[in-house]
Design a protein around this ligand. Structure first.
Ligand code: MG
Ligand code: ZN
Length: 215
């Protein structure tokens, strides 16, 4: 019984996600669903992305958060349009939430939208929200076991950013092993080790995004 209910929810969600995708595709807007654990550095990656690209491409951010607007406040400082979704305790974004948020953006003057999902390695990967691609941020402080323990999110993500590589010497994280595990789960995945603090490796992430946005 519970499985059937879940299927109905996902069926409705997928319909709304398809509508969002069509709406954005008609305007040639690339949409990225950015996922990862709390504290992995999703908002920091957005800050780096905006600083580097806001004069080059027109972007907007949708921020999913359980209760606060802290991340949206950080984004707003850059001058990029940001819409806050508070899930009131909900542990992932769904397509109807994103559809509602999109009504507040001027879609005629955007090249891409990044949607920062709620920090969680599990259910955000199960709900399509109208995105073209999913990306996951995994930080070295989370440990090497995460890809194999939470394979779905890595299987769904076209790119996995391994963040905080400047902290590798202080952890037992093995970037090569994590990369191998992610590739085992998703052979076509791009794995991009970088540091949002130092900026090392950021250029490869920006290049991946540029290619997607301009396609
Ligand atoms: Mg955040
Ligand atoms: Zn959830």
């Amino acid at each position: 019984m519970e499985i059937k209910v879940m299927k109905d929810i996902l069926g409705q969600n997928d319909k709304t996600a398809a509508n969002i995708h069509a709406l954005l595709a008609a305007r040639k807007i690339f949409a990225l669903n950015l996922m990862g654990s709390p504290g992995a550095g999703k908002t920091s990656l957005l800050e780096r992305t905006m600083a580097a690209m806001k004069d080059e491409l027109r972007m907007a951010v949708i921020e999913g958060d359980l209760f606060t607007s802290r991340d949206a406040d950080r984004i707003a400082k850059s001058g990029v349009p940001v819409i806050q979704i508070n899930t009131a305790g909900g542990c992932h974004l769904d397509a109807p939430m994103v559809e509602k948020a999109l009504r507040e953006l001027d879609l005629d003057c955007l090249d891409f939208i990044i949607i920062e999902n709620v920090g969680n390695l599990v259910c955000p990967a199960e709900f399509a929200i109208g995105e073209d691609e999913k990306a996951t941020v995994l930080s070295v402080t989370e440990g090497n076991d995460k890809p194999m323990k939470y394979p779905l999110i890595f299987k769904e993500s076209a790119v996995t950013v391994i963040n905080k590589i400047d902290l590798v010497p202080y952890t037992d994280f093995d970037v090569a092993q994590a990369t191998e595990d992610i590739k085992t789960i998703h052979p076509a995945a791009k794995v991009l080790p970088l540091s949002c603090s130092t900026g090392e490796g950021i250029e490869a992430w920006l290049d991946w995004l540029r290619e997607k946005v301009k396609r």
